[in-house]
Write a protein that binds this ligand. Structure first.
Ligand code: ZN
Length: 486
């Protein structure tokens, strides 16, 4: 989850109904208790990662990359199958290749090592100490996403120790600056070392997850696509002057007018194969007017009133149906008694797959309809450019069948009764870079969290201990199922 995170988790109440409706298959891959050495390995790696500060401000991602590299070397991975590098010595990424028979194309797994800032005074415990308390592990990154970093490193070491031979290469990339900073590791690897990470598809444990409601699994989510994040800076400049002599041409009024146009604008309703299947599924789980409305929006043509009702009732559904752009910051003027020489706003967009950042900039210019308002693109690192990149999210496609089958099989054993739901994340993750590079990317993790205990980026971030070890078992079995093993 990034700074762009918006909880996309499905409302528990809806899918709770689903449990009784799901047809159960006879075959299920059940969890197996971890042996003691695996349990200890998973614990120790998790602890080690939590206690290496990898924040952008004072932390160091390279320290974590090197620590994991050492563990993998110790477990028998060849130095030639590893790459350590990045744009500077604080933000080095680690890529390790687990060699398979080559019968199939590789799978890439991306995991960010960096974490969001955490202040000791805000927390009950030290955020950079791995603390076990009341059945939870506490620490910055226990949910987002050092849990999954540790799980994947553990999985690679376990498979290696067993002499397991996958039918394809497995590539693990542990990367920098997903949460912020200027050195995004996945972006850097795509641009500089594409050959190291080229794969048939990508797994990103930073998305998806298992939604729990009072200990009961409600849904197993797969982020099958996601919206694109884009910031735009609106600027109006003016010669200004004395406020006792106002003139109609006023920077603040121009800017305000543009923002009011935006307030009243709605981007077109649009479904893709992922969101269409999602709403179709929901329409069978909901009741009454909502069920009728959900059925009405997946028809051709979709029912306009149904769209309006559903969008008004749920910001999340609204965001899944439309590109959204909203004013998030405002700054203007320099003195109480002066006409403003400058007015500036930030507009944050979440763009549906298929539209580029520049296309949306052009659309914003048309919506503002005021040549006095300059619209520039702002990068994640805060740099401002006159035009936006042509980058767009790949059009959503149906999920890889092998991935889907493995998820269905494992879910039956691990979280019985919960449906597997591919969805579109309204937030954004590093999958944006791998998808833009043409690799289908799926947000999948085997971590079960109560829907009211999501603490990623927050204080006292924590993870249920049993959820962690089940996740260790899940990814091990999942990876094996995808590579010709049991
Ligand atoms: Zn994350």
């Amino acid at each position: 989850m990034s700074k762009f995170f918006l909880c996309h988790r499905i409302r528990a109440s809806v899918l709770f109904l689903a449990c009784s409706l799901i047809a159960l298959y006879s075959f299920a891959q059940t969890p197996t208790p971890l042996d003691e050495p695996t349990h200890k390995l998973a614990h120790d790696i998790f602890q080690q990662l939590i206690e290496i500060n990898t924040t952008d401000s004072v932390g160091n991602v390279s320290t974590a990359s090197k620590a994991m590299q050492q563990r993998l070397l110790d477990a028998g991975f060849a130095k030639e199958d590893m790459f350590l590098g990045g744009p500077n010595d604080r933000k080095e990424n680690l890529v390790v290749r687990y060699r398979g028979t080559g019968a199939k194309k590789p799978i890439l797994i991306i995991c960010h090592l960096d974490v969001v800032e955490a202040r000791r005074e805000d927390w009950t415990t030290d955020p950079f100490k791995f603390v076990e308390k009341d059945g939870f592990y506490y620490g910055r990154g226990t949910q987002d996403m050092k849990n999954s970093d540790a799980i994947l490193v553990t999985t690679f070491i376990r498979l290696k120790q067993q002499g397991y031979k996958p039918d394809r290469d497995l590539i693990l990339a542990l990367t920098a600056d997903e949460e912020g900073g200027k050195s995004n590791g996945v972006d850097w690897l795509v641009k500089n070392h594409r050959d190291l990470i080229q794969a048939e598809f990508v797994l990103n444990p930073d998305g998806g997850g298992v939604d729990m409601d009072h200990g009961k699994p409600v849904s197993v989510d797969i982020d099958a696509t996601e919206k694109l994040y884009g910031d735009y800076q609106l600027t109006v400049t003016n010669p200004g002057g004395h406020s006792s002599l106002p003139v109609p041409d006023n920077a603040i009024y121009h800017l305000a007018g543009a923002l009011i146009n935006l307030q009243h604008h709605e981007f077109p309703f649009e479904l893709n194969p992922v969101t269409r299947a999602y709403f179709e599924r929901l329409s069978t789980l909901e009741t009454g007017q909502k069920a009728a409305d959900l059925k009405a929006i997946v028809q051709t043509p979709p029912d306009k009133e149904a769209i309006a009702r559903l969008a008004a009732g749920s910001p999340e559904w609204n965001s899944m149906m439309h590109t959204t752009c909203v004013a998030t910051r405002l700054e203007a003027g320099h003195a109480n008694n002066a006409l403003p020489q400058m007015a500036q706003a930030n507009v944050n967009c979440r763009i549906l797959p298929g539209y580029s950042l520049e296309e949306i900039r052009q659309q914003l210019i048309a919506i503002f309809a005021d040549p006095k308002v300059t619209v520039r693109y702002v990068t994640d690192g805060g740099e401002v450019f006159d035009t936006a990149p042509s980058r767009k999210q790949l059009p959503a496609v149906a999920i890889n069948t092998q991935v889907m089958q493995a998820m269905e099989t494992l879910t039956k054993g691990f979280w019985p009764g919960a449906p597997v739901i591919p969805t579109m994340a309204t937030g954004a993750s590093d999958s944006v870079y791998t998808m833009a590079a043409g690799m289908p990317s799926y947000g999948i993790n085997g971590i079960a969290i109560e829907t009211d205990d999501i603490r990623a980026h927050g204080k006292d971030e924590r993870l249920p201990i049993d959820s962690y070890y089940r996740g260790v078992d899940f990814y091990y079995q999942f990876v094996k199922m995808l590579t010709g093993g049991e």
